[in-house]
Design a protein around this ligand. Structure first.
Ligand code: ATP
Length: 436
């Protein structure tokens, strides 16, 4: 019967059989150490018998094996146990040397990322590399639990669409049985429509953007944690986003502290309430501190995002900050203006460790105002099928609501302290990359 490597300590003093991949072979002082990896960890074993070793002659790392041996406590070995005097059963022999070494941390320097991604299929067998995606899975798990605790319904919306939902510049188009289909560049419309059904909804799904720029923060395919909730205020909404970030940081650190430390990550400091700074205040403070001219008053530059996160960390005790008070003249048609000051839109960006990780906004829920904004701000036709069904949800009763989209890979990158979003992506897609 197969014993998982993590359970070997329970079998000290008896015999056990493990199955996995040959992870490392070493000859030390005449002794042959074989390291085996399974889904639960790695185990070291000692092959003394020449006849058993002979079975592995010419076989490479990656060979799938079954080892049976005596479980012996040894505090120097990973997991505190070793298998001794093993019998080897080769299940799947591998005779080619793998293209990338998997038993020591892989190089993540920017000039080596292409090699890293070209060999992803094998490189991910590296224990350190895998932890990125175990942490990412923990983030998704934690977010799902948070949403469940707050009575959100999980949903999955179409990614194949007929018309571009908002604007067309960054939309992928493809042939769809002689018609043109596009890939969803956001779940925006669907999640708002579902507020009319479930009141609170979320989705963790793919988003596609024909991003022509090669930056360390953009890809053409990425994951967003998208949520939308009805009967709330802007304060409630920011509270929900802040609560999610707290929960995810706490959960990933309680589950993966050892692994996160191997990446030299530190646990993010977050104040109970994430601080808010207005766009104008940031522009002003940044210009004062750096003597840089303000480049674009309608948004923050990447430099400003980094600067304000440093500022918030030092002065406000938080590595995350909300940017609020966005000028209404740059808002999207579905955004809601601030009732007291219509020059401002009720929207925010969440910056975390120098990077925008989420955009948040209250949406216009009044049918007539929405139709008007669609025409004047987006030049849209309410009868266009791209808008018609969306507007239907509003015509037949939509409460005050708001929501957000948070980039999963950017969040993972920042929790681990990586430098490029693609390092936090299993199989990244960008202008140049459609494989593996
Ligand atoms: P940016 O200004 O950084 O390009 P955005 O304002 O276009 O982002 P949204 O469309 O609001 O972003 O998307 C919500 C979130 O999705 C962003 O905060 C970010 O975390 C993530 N995101 C957006 N575009 C990309 C992309 N091309 N690649 C990876 N993640 C992205």
């Amino acid at each position: 019967m197969r014993t998982l490597i993590r359970d070997l300590p329970k079998s000290v003093g008896s015999t056990a059989t493990i199955q996995g991949w040959l992870h490392k072979k070493r000859l030390l002082g005449g002794l042959n150490f074989l390291t085996i990896r399974d889904r639960s960890g790695i185990a070291q074993s000692l092959a003394e018998d020449k006849y058993e070793l002979e079975k592995l002659r010419g076989l490479q790392i990656g060979t799938v094996v079954e080892l049976t041996g005596a479980v012996v406590a040894d505090e120097r070995a990973p997991g505190g146990v070793e298998l001794h005097d093993v019998k080897v059963n080769v299940l799947v022999p591998v005779t080619d040397e793998p293209p990338i070494e998997i038993d020591k941390p892989l190089d993540h320097k920017s000039e080596n990322l292409d090699t890293l991604f070209d060999n992803r299929v094998i490189g991910l067998r590296n224990l350190q590399e895998q932890t990125i995606f175990k942490v990412q899975a923990a983030i998704m798990r934690s977010a799902r639990e948070y949403f469940r605790d707050n009575e959100f319904t999980e949903m999955s919306t179409p990614k194949l669409l007929s018309e571009p939902t908002e604007g067309g510049a960054e939309v992928f188009k493809m042939d769809y049985f002689g018609k043109t289909a596009t890939l969803a560049q956001s779940a925006q419309f669907y999640k708002q429509e579902m507020v009319g059904v479930f009141e609170r909804v979320y989705e963790i799904g793919k988003t596609y953007r024909a991003e022509p720029s090669a930056t360390p923060r953009h890809m053409t395919e990425f994951m967003t944690i998208d949520a939308e909730m009805g009967f709330i205020t802007f304060d409630d909404l920011l509270g929900t986003v802040g609560g999610l970030l707290h929960r995810v940081v706490d959960d990933t650190w309680s589950q993966y502290e050892t692994e996160l430390k191997r990446w030299n990550a530190s646990k993010a400091k977050l104040s109970t309430e994430i601080p808010r700074m207005s766009m104008a205040e940031i522009h002003e403070k940044y210009t004062k501190a750096t003597k840089e001219p303000i480049t674009d008053e309608k948004d923050l530059t990447p430099d400003e995002e980094r600067w304000v996160c440093d500022y918030a960390k030092k002065n406000l005790g938080s590595e995350a900050v909300f940017v609020v008070d966005w000028p209404a003249d740059s808002m999207k048609f579905y955004h809601r203006k601030n009732a007291e000051n219509p020059k401002l839109a009720e929207r925010a960006d969440l910056l975390f460790r120098g990077l925008e990780i989420a955009t948040i906004s209250m949406r216009e829920n009044r049918y007539d105002v929405l139709v008007e904004q669609l025409k004047t701000l987006a030049g849209g036709d309410p009868e266009d099928p791209g808008f018609k069904y969306y507007l239907m949800a509003f015509k037949y009763g939509m409460p005050v609501h708001g929501g957000f989209g948070m980039g999963l890979e950017r969040l993972t990158e920042k929790i681990l302290g990586l430098a490029n979003i693609k390092e936090a992506t299993l199989f990244p897609r960008d202008i140049k990359r459609l494989t593996p």
